[in-house]
Design a protein. Structure first.
Length: 202
């Protein structure tokens, strides 16, 4: 019977898997992961909860198939109701996820659920305050892998349902301008953690 090592969390050869583990341990020891090679990442989307037992059970299932990273959405609507409480809830969640052996990739804004008003200049102050609170709270967490600044920026019915081509393009440009501004803000707040975008067709 031929040996099959496809179950390994780095997707193949034992030497590669060991190298990834060594790199991750070294990164944690130095206060966070900094690498140009993310081929070892095996992730899933996950909905935040502060029920430690649920997290341990569900992420334990993921470990059986080699998962090591979760991506999750942060909600400005919930932050708006209780900024301090929500920020602490998310920080507790990330720490619990890390304690169960998973990296975190939070996404800050969500293009496919955003209302057009969010892209107006008048809304930027609140958006920046929200992002600043969450990035500041999480940027030094050892389990933070990277920031997904915005999920699917232009996959928004406000854009794709618009029939006029010029207007549709104008709306796309507004969203991309907001996205670039958000990326610049996150980079200023946290110069060391990688940034990404959850692009629709990536």
């Amino acid at each position: 019977m031929q040996k099959n090592d496809s179950y390994l969390p780095c997707g193949g050869k034992m030497k590669q898997w060991i190298a990834c583990c060594v790199a991750a341990v070294a990164a944690v020891a130095s206060g966070g992961l900094r690498t140009n090679d993310y081929s070892w990442v095996r992730g899933t989307h996950y909905y935040p909860t502060n029920d430690a037992a649920v997290i341990a059970r569900e992420l334990g299932y993921g470990k059986r198939v080699g998962l090591n990273t979760i991506r999750f959405r942060m909600q400005m609507e919930d932050w708006r109701k209780d900024p301090n409480g929500y920020t602490e809830k998310i920080r507790t969640f990330v720490r619990c996820v890390w304690a169960n052996g998973y990296w975190s990739m939070p996404f800050i804004f969500n293009g496919n659920h955003s209302k057009p008003e969010m892209f107006e200049e008048a809304a930027w102050t609140e958006c920046a305050a929200y992002a600043t609170d969450l990035v500041t709270a999480l940027k030094d967490e050892p389990g933070l892998l990277m920031w997904d600044v915005m999920n699917e920026p232009v996959q928004n019915p406000w854009i794709y349902r618009e029939k006029d081509k010029k207007e549709r393009q104008r709306r796309r440009e507004r969203v991309w301008a907001f996205t670039r501004r958000a990326c610049a803000l996150v980079r200023r707040l946290d110069p060391g953690t990688p940034l990404t975008l959850g692009h629709t067709l990536a």
